[in-house]
Design a protein around this ligand. Sequence first.
Ligand code: ADP
Ligand code: MG
Length: 245
Amino acid sequence: MPVKEMISIEGLTKSFGELQVLKGVDLTIAESEVVCLVGASGSGKSTLLRCLNFLEKKDGGIIRFEGKEIDPKKDDLNKVREKVGMVFQHFNLFPHKTVLENIIEAPVMVKKIPKQQAIQEARELLRKVDLEDKADVYPNKLSGGQKQRVAIARALAMKPDIMLFDEATSALDPELVGEVLKTMRELAEEGMTMVVVTHEMHFAREVADTVVLLHDGNIIEKAEAEQFFTAPQEERTREFLQRTV
Ligand code: ADP
Ligand code: MG
């Protein structure tokens, strides 16, 4: 099966003042690949995701999206961002809008999808995340797990080519983590390309194709998931696994 490249990153660097957070990251992500990005707090995981979504401006290096280099000076970054869905630790739902209104906001306002069509698609997405009965409630009536599933549905409503998850379950009560991971797992099984920053090593082992360890702004190891956990090549990976698994 030919593997289509979705994103490739070469020599990505990023500093905040004196602090170099990404020190030349190379990473290629294929279509339908699920990459789990792991590493200690402060290693640069969020910064890497934010550079991929152009929420953060890289200093150096190349980011190619579906084979084409993205030049922030020439390309319309909003158009690129439409193709990259992002789910954060904190759900960032609009509190004064219902669940349905949250989901149709960007398709209607940004993509100019007819409202009736957006509503119909939103209802299908709510069914997918097991929240079809919550369309008309406000976010404050939802549990954290439900809010996060709405946030996933909202990102999917833009029909992204890739989904980025930044510790999507870290803020949840332990009993709510499973329902969100289940939604993410189903998305992976449907063939969505995903980059998932997570501390859920079970999820990484079972769902990821590839696991990447970031340490101090460098990729230390990139391996097929089973190999990463059972036969890591790098001493740092072994240390990381000892501390976290
Ligand atoms: P991780 O997500 O792996 O915990 P981050 O990418 O959030 O790591 O952060 C990496 C380093 O960059 C940390 O030392 C953090 O304090 C710093 N950092 C992140 N964002 C900013 C920012 N906007 N300004 C200054 N420093 C930042
Ligand atoms: Mg982070």
